[in-house]
Design a protein around this ligand. Structure first.
Ligand SMILES: Cc1cc2nc3c(=O)[nH]c(=O)nc-3n(C[C@H](O)[C@H](O)[C@H](O)COP(=O)(O)OP(=O)(O)OC[C@H]3O[C@@H](n4cnc5c(N)ncnc54)[C@H](O)[C@@H]3O)c2cc1C
Length: 566
C-alpha cells in the first residue's frame, strides 16, 4: 500500500534529485539556493523557536482524543506492547524501559484555563506559574480558538470538552523514540493510501474492529471524502502530486530527525546514525527532493506573512517580550521575503474545477490531521500533530491570503503560527542534517562526530558574531546545541568535558537509585522464580522416574553486571 503510493509518485525515477544545481521540481529554486537560504535563516529560526516563550510552547489535545478510524489495541503503542512482552524476561528489562520512556512527554504541562478561571485569574498569570515561574504566560495562552471553514486542519479542540494542554517543545525534542512496527506502519499506510487521491478498493478501517459513536461519524466523513467523484483528478494532476510530496517530505523530515538523534541502545549513546540515513533517505532521493520541496513551500508561506505579522500581538501583557519576539519574527520574514520567489502557489488550483479540487484537498488534509490521534507514542503524536498543523497553516496562507493586504486577511491563531514556524524550523534542521549525512556518505564515513566547539567568527551582523558550527551552518555567538538529552546518557558532544561536582553527585545518585530499584524488584521476583524452578525440577524428576527423555534445564544462575545493566 505504501509501495503503491511510492510507485505512483512521479519522482521515483528522479535520479538527480539531489544534484545541487538542479531545480527542485515544482518549485522555483535549486537545492543549492535552498541550502544557502537555509544557512542564512537558520540562526534566527533557531533563536525564535528555542528562546521565545511564544514559539516554544504549544497547546494541543494530546491525551483526550481517540483514534477515529480504527480500534486496534496493537496500534495504540508499539512500545507498550514490547514492554508487556518482555517484562517477564528480566534480561531485557532496562533497555525496554528506556524505549518506553523515550516516547513520553517531558517537562511541565499546564491545562488550558476554563472560562471561569479565565475571569478569576490575572491576565498576566492565566496558568498560575504552571509552566515555571519565568515563563511569560501572556505570550503562551491563547483565548481565541475558534476556526473557520478555510482551515486545512481539524482544530485542536474539536469535539472535546477539554481545551488541551500547553507543552514545551524545547523539553520534548523530536528524535528517536523507538516507536515502530505495526502501529506506526498502519498510520503511515493510512496517510498515504487514503489520502492520495486514489480510489480505494477497501479501506483499512473496514478490516478492523467495529467503531462506536463519534468514531462512526468521523469514519463516515472520512469515507465520503474518499468516495467522492472527482473527474478532473488524474495521476499527473499537480495538486495530487503536491499533496503526496507534502506527506512524503514530512515523513522524510521525521526520519531525518530520528536518524540524526538516534539512540544506540547497546552503547547508550545518542548521535547520528549514518546507516539509518542511508536506508531511509539516501537510497530514496525522491524523499530528499520532497523534503526540499516542503522547505520551499513552508518558507514561502512564512515570507507571505511579512505584512500580516507587523501588527501581530505576541505577548499581550509583556511589552518587552512582545517587542523582542516581534523583532525576531520580522527579521525572519524579511530575510525570506527579500529574495527571488522560491515557490509559486499561483499555478495551483487554476482550472475550471479548482473550487471542488481545493475543497477536496482541504478535506484530505483534515483526515491526515485526524489520523494523528492514531499515533501511539506521545512525543511522536505531539510533533506529528504540530507538523500537520504547520503544513495546513502553510496551505491556508498560500491559498487564502493576499500578501499585499494587511487587515483583510483572517488573523492566524496562535497555535497555527507556532506550528507553522516550528515546522519550518524542523525542515530547516532536517536539511542541515541531510547535508552532513550526505557529506559523510560521499566521504565513505560511517560515523559523524558532532561537537559544539566553535572555530573563528565568520560574520558579524549588528553586533552579533556568527560562527561556522561543526554542522557547517552559521550560528550566533550565544548558540547552544538545540537539544537536551535524557538523564540516563550525557550528550555525546559533551562527553569529553569535565563534570561538575553536582553532576557527578546526581550521576552517582542515579546509579544508586537504579541499583536499589533493581535489587528490590529482583527480591520481589524471588518467590515466583523459586516456584518456577521447583515446578521445572519436579517435572524433570517425574520424566526421569517414568523413564522418559528428561527435558533440558531452562534456568541457570547468572551473576549480574550491575553497571552495564543499569
Ligand atoms: C506521525 C508519526 C510520527 C512519528 N514520529 C516519530 C519520532 O518522532 N521518532 C521516532 O523514532 N519515530 C517516529 N515515528 C515512527 C517512524 O516514522 C517509523 O514509522 C519507524 O521508525 C519505523 O520505520 P520503518 O523503517 O519501519 O519505516 P517507516 O518510516 O515506518 O515507513 C514505512 C514505509 O513507508 C515508506 N516510506 C518511508 N519513508 C517515506 C517517504 N519519505 N516518502 C514516501 N514513502 C516513505 C516505505 O515504503 C517504508 O517501508 C513516527 C510515526 C508517525 C506515523
Amino acid at each position: 500500500t505504501l509501495d503503491s503510493a511510492k510507485t505512483s509518485s512521479p519522482y521515483s525515477s528522479d535520479t538527480c534529485a539531489i544534484e545541487p544545481h538542479a531545480t527542485v521540481s515544482d518549485t522555483c529554486a535549486s537545492y543549492a539556493t535552498l541550502d544557502a537560504l537555509n544557512d542564512e535563516v537558520r540562526p534566527i529560526l533557531t533563536s525564535i523557536t528555542q528562546d521565545t516563550d511564544f514559539f516554544s510552547y504549544y497547546r494541543l489535545n494530546l491525551f483526550n482524543k481517540i483514534c477515529p478510524f480504527w480500534q486496534d489495541e496493537t496500534s495504540l503503542c508499539g512500545n507498550i506492547a514490547c514492554a508487556v512482552n518482555t517484562i517477564d524476561s528480566q534480561e531485557d528489562l532496562p533497555p525496554i524501559w528506556r524505549i518506553e520512556e523515550l516516547g513520553k512527554l517531558e517537562g511541565p504541562h499546564a491545562g488550558h484555563p476554563g472560562r471561569r478561571q479565565q475571569q478569576e485569574r490575572p491576565k498576566q498569570k492565566p496558568l498560575q506559574g504552571g509552566l515555571g515561574e519565568d515563563v511569560g504566560e501572556s505570550c503562551v495562552v491563547e483565548y481565541d480558538d475558534e476556526c473557520d471553514e478555510r482551515d486545512y486542519c481539524v482544530p485542536e479542540d474539536e469535539g472535546a470538552a477539554a481545551k488541551g494542554d500547553y507543552v514545551s517543545l524545547v523539553d520534548n525534542p523530536e528524535r528517536f523514540t523507538g516507536y515502530a512496527g505495526l502501529g506506526a506502519h498502519q498510520v503511515w499506510d493510512a496517510i498515504y493510501r487514503e489520502n492520495c487521491f486514489v480510489k480505494p478498493s477497501s479501506s483499512p478501517s473496514s478490516q478492523l474492529a467495529p467503531l462506536q459513536g463519534l468514531q462512526v461519524q468521523a469514519a463516515n466523513n472520512f469515507r465520503s471524502v474518499l468516495h467522492k467523484e472527482l473527474p478532473q483528478l488524474d495521476d499527473e494532476c499537480l495538486e495530487k502530486r503536491v499533496f503526496h510530496r507534502i506527506i512524503s517530505g514530512m515523513h522524510a523530515s521525521i526520519s531525518t530527525h530520528l536518524c540524526w538523534e538516534y539512540l544506540n541502545q547497546t552503547t547508550d549513546e545518542w548521535g547520528p546514525n549514518v546507516q539509518c540515513y542511508k536506508d531511509r533517505l539516501h537510497k530514496h532521493p525522491e524523499r530528499i527532493s520532497n523534503l526540499y520541496f516542503n522547505y520551499a513551500l513552508v518558507a514561502r508561506a512564512v515570507a507571505k506573512l511579512q505584512k500580516h505579522l507587523q501588527h501581530y500581538n505576541f505577548c499581550s501583557f509583556d511589552p518587552d517580550q512582545d517587542l523582542e519576539t516581534k523583532n525576531k519574527v520580522l527579521a525572519l520574514t524579511e530575510q525570506l521575503h527579500n529574495r527571488p520567489q522560491i515557490f509559486d502557489e499561483a499555478v495551483m488550483f487554476q482550472d475550471e474545477h479548482s473550487i471542488e479540487l481545493k475543497e477536496d484537498f482541504r478535506n484530505r488534509f483534515r483526515n491526515v490531521s485526524r489520523l494523528m490521534d492514531c499515533v501511539g507514542c506521545d512525543k511522536c503524536r505531539l510533533w506529528g500533530k504540530l507538523q500537520v498543523n504547520g503544513y495546513g497553516t502553510a496551505l491556508k496562507v498560500l491559498f487564502e491570503y493576499d500578501e499585499t493586504k494587511n487587515g483583510e486577511n483572517p488573523l492566524l491563531r496562535r497555535t497555527e503560527l507556532v506550528a507553522l514556524v516550528n515546522t519550518l524550523a524542523r525542515i530547516s534542521k532536517s536539511i542541515a542534517a541531510v547535508r552532513r549525512f550526505r557529506e559523510a556518505v560521499q566521504a565513505g564515513n560511517d560515523q559523524i562526530l558532532v561537537s559544539d566547539s566553535k572555530s573563528e567568527a565568520v560574520v558579524e551582523d549588528e553586533g552579533v558574531r556568527y560562527y561556522r558550527h561543526s554542522d557547517s551552518n552559521l550560528y550566533p555567538d550565544n548558540y547552544e546545541p538545540e537539544y537536551e538529552y535524557p538523564d540516563n546518557g550525557r550528550p555525546w558532544e559533551q562527553r569529553e568535558k569535565t563534570e561538575t561536582l553536582a553532576e557527578e553527585f546526581w550521576q552517582e545518585w542515579r546509579i544508586f537509585w537504579n541499583t536499589l530499584a533493581w535489587v528490590l524488584k529482583s527480591w520481589m521476583a524471588v518467590p515466583g522464580t523459586v516456584w518456577d524452578i521447583l515446578v521445572l525440577e519436579f517435572n524433570r524428576l517425574w520424566h526421569f522416574w517414568l523413564g522418559l527423555p528428561v527435558p533440558l534445564r531452562t534456568w541457570k544462575i547468572q551473576f549480574p553486571e550491575p553497571r552495564e545493566e543499569l
